[in-house]
Design a protein around this ligand. Structure first.
Ligand code: NI
Ligand code: MN
Length: 225
């Protein structure tokens, strides 16, 4: 059993009843977020890259919870330098954590923090937890190797950016779903700001048209898989 809660933008809570994993918590300064950083508890904080809308409140939440930050090496070192506990990984590598297995994938994007410091390569992440496998694409353009990601692991839930401008737009995101062939695709990284306005129902319709399933999650909504 895996409970997935959408916190808005690219942020999710994954809960298998024993462990809580938080991904890319951007709440402070996020006009669409309903929860406050101070109200979120997690044992693990996964950060795909250092942009402010992903690193966000991650270090504050991690430090308050004594949670383990999981990120690529350069970003994990930065987290540790700011007083968080971190597990350093890198793209292509997996590790068995108490909640399950986590592996970082490539993502075509950037990763500097708000001070302009280089934070290593941006990443996507595949997490197997509660008997389900989740692929969070991070921020990325479309890439052919998504086929390989879908081939190496049976992806139950794909969290796919659709907002365009900084990431894939709807049509590329539909192609990404075709490549990965997940059980269900959930759109992320849209409508937080005017520049990433996109219609998630248009995405869902186009995914249905290729014979796959998309589910649009409301902010704060929880789904159980
Ligand atoms: Ni980004
Ligand atoms: Mn972003």
């Amino acid at each position: 059993m895996l409970k997935l809660t959408y916190l808005s933008h690219s942020s999710f809570l994954l809960d298998d009843g024993a462990n809580i994993v938080l991904i890319d918590p951007f709440l402070t300064g996020n006009p669409t977020a309903k929860m406050k950083a101070g109200d979120i508890d997690a044992g693990f904080v996964v950060i795909t890259h250092a942009h402010g809308d992903h690193l966000g409140d991650g270090l504050d939440i991690a430090k308050r919870n004594d949670a383990l930050v999981i990120a690529v090496n350069e970003l994990a070192n930065y987290a540790a330098s700011q007083g968080a506990i971190a597990h350093n990984m890198h793209i292509g590598g997996g590790w068995d954590f108490p909640f399950g297995r986590l592996k970082f994938t490539i993502a075509h994007h950037g990763s500097a923090n708000n001070d302009g410091q280089y934070m290593g390569e941006p990443a996507g992440v595949v997490i197997t937890m509660g008997g389900k496998t989740v692929y969070h694409c991070g921020d990325t353009g479309l890439f052919m190797d998504m086929q390989l990601i879908g081939e190496l692991d049976r992806i139950d839930i794909m969290l796919v950016p659709i907002g365009d401008n900084f990431t894939m737009g709807i049509d590329d995101a539909v192609k990404a779903v075709e490549f990965v062939n997940p059980g269900v695709a959930i759109p992320i990284h849209y409508n937080t700001f005017p520049v990433i306005e996109a219609d998630p129902e248009e995405f869902a319709g186009k995914v249905a048209a290729i014979g796959k399933i998309a589910k649009v999650m409301g902010i704060g909504e929880m789904m159980e898989f």
